[in-house]
Ligand binder design. Structure first.
Ligand SMILES: [Zn+2]
Length: 317
């Protein structure tokens, strides 16, 4: 989980409210898919709603965060709350994990009989695991609840999706995220630069070395401006960037391009929008390469040349 149970996350509040009502009125169903981009607090929300189910304070404002059940949930020690995530190096949630969970759900709960399984990020269920999960979705064990958290639900089989109640969280504006980080994060950090490097992931931003990332973002933007103006060699730059922080550099490049496209849209930029959009597509594609053994310096070099071309291609007069 990210953060304590009493964290106040404004963009999650409407969903907290509606999920709370659904729980109280007993109409939550037995499988809920929370669609939310990673780093926006989906895991936290799923944990929070679990804590509400387990909280033994009897308070209307549950989870209280204080009782033994809430503390167990927060510490990851609630025996009736099962968590399924990719194990260590494996990037997938595997069938044996799902089978184990199903067997566990079939047993009676330790407390008041309720068991919750939290699957996150759910799109990491591999094909066999998703198939195995179907059985549990079709014949839920007793009073169990399945909570799936996913930023990319389209990667889940339709058969799984159709058996879940789907709820979503829209991505808040950067301004809203920055002001939240100013209240909840370390003082004196350039949070806008951090988000520009890691994407709109405020809860992740709280866990990383924010100052180092802000520095990296500023350095990347400076270098991109120089590559485009011809004062920095794309080959050398790509060589350095390909060695480490590949994913961060790519997100910086994406945001740099989005900035250029915005300039263009407001009539300020002189570049051709077509070339900029083509470069943005390529940058987004490059993001998928972060976890592959592709030759990253070469991929980056190609992208930098593309940026260079995009920035110097003039918009038609
Ligand atoms: Zn409690």
């Amino acid at each position: 989980m990210n953060g304590p149970l009493d964290l106040d996350i404004p963009w999650l509040r409407p969903l907290q409210q509606s999920l709370t009502e659904a729980v109280d009125q007993g109409r939550l169903g037995h499988a809920v898919l929370i669609q939310v981009d990673p780093g926006l607090g989906g895991d936290w929300l799923a944990t929070w709603i679990s804590a509400r189910l387990f909280c033994s304070s009897g308070k209307a404002a549950a989870p209280c965060g204080q009782c033994v059940d809430c503390r167990r949930v927060a510490a990851g020690e609630q025996p009736d709350l099962l968590r399924l995530s990719p194990i260590e190096e494996s990037k997938e949630i595997r069938i044996d994990q799902v089978r184990e969970m199903a067997a566990e759900l079939a047993l009676t709960g330790h407390g008041r009989g309720r068991k919750v399984a939290l699957i996150t990020p759910a799109e990491r269920l591999n094909r066999n695991a998703a198939n195995a999960l179907l059985k549990t979705l079709e014949e839920p064990a007793g009073n169990s609840l399945l909570l799936l958290v996913s930023g990319e639900p389209s990667r889940l089989p339709a058969t799984v999706l159709s058996r879940c109640t789907r709820v979503g969280v829209p991505v808040p504006s950067t301004g809203e995220l920055v002001s939240w980080l100013l209240t909840h994060g370390k003082k004196g950090v350039d949070w806008r630069a951090v988000l520009s490097a890691i994407g709109p992931r405020p809860l992740l931003a709280l866990q990383v070395d924010a100052e180092a990332i802000a520095d990296l973002q500023r350095e990347t933007v400076r270098a991109l401006d120089q590559v485009v103006s011809g004062s920095l060699d794309p080959v050398e730059t790509a060589e350095t960037w390909g060695k480490e922080d590949f994913a961060l550099r790519i997100t910086c490049i994406e945001n740099w391009l989005v900035g250029r496209i915005r300039e263009w849209a407001t009539g300020k930029g002189a570049s051709s929008s077509e070339a900029l959009f083509a470069a943005l597509d390529e940058a987004r594609e490059a993001r998928q390469w972060a976890e592959t053994p592709i030759n990253k310096p070469l991929a980056l070099e190609r992208l930098l040349w593309r940026l260079n071309a995009a920035a110097t291609t003039r918009r038609p007069a």
